[in-house]
Design a protein around this ligand. Structure first.
Ligand code: FES
Length: 103
């Protein structure tokens, strides 16, 4: 794992997410409120659609394709049509930058 400087905190609105591509892999970085941030894989586990256009509601991301939902904190799939959890990665804010721990 390596800690990567992904973006500025101010690049992500509250209750929103940002796509972050790194090392041939795509991730989603979420900001809930203030400096509460999370990182998951960017692609929905149902049909590999990117979650960047999805809807963030509190700690849930809803996929834009079929409305599958995941818990942003744990990656847990919350019901049909999604049944495979999203991978999650540690994320934190330091000096206004979002740092993510990626493989
Ligand atoms: S592609 Fe995400 S719910 Fe189907």
């Amino acid at each position: 794992m390596a800690e990567i400087d992904a973006c500025g905190l101010d690049e992500i609105d509250e209750e929103d997410l940002l796509r972050f591509d790194h090392g041939g892999h795509s991730y989603a970085i979420y900001r809930i409120t203030g400096d509460e941030v999370y990182c998951t894989d960017g692609l929905c586990t149902h049909e590999q659609v990117h979650l960047e256009d999805g809807l963030v509601m509190e700690h849930v991301i809803e996929c834009p394709r079929h409305n599958g939902r995941f818990d942003i904190r744990t990656g847990k799939a919350l019901g049909a049509p999604v049944c495979i959890d999203l991978a999650t990665y540690p994320a934190r804010v330091v000096n206004g930058r979002v740092l993510v721990d990626l493989p």
